[in-house]
Write a protein of this length. Sequence first.
Length: 69
Amino acid sequence: MLEGLFQPTHLIIIFAIALLVFGPRKLPELGKGLGEGIRALKEGMKDTPSASTGQAQNPESKENKENKG
């Protein structure tokens, strides 16, 4: 379904349309903002404990388990 989505000709056409819409002065600012957003998202993904492990990294919950057992 998405196999041929980002071929080089498609990317060139998308870049040309973006250049026409935003202009050459605004594109570097948009690229910088997009890069910073992606970087922040990656850092947030690394800092967040994964939900698939099922383990909460809350020290209060560990203390409660030790006190009960």
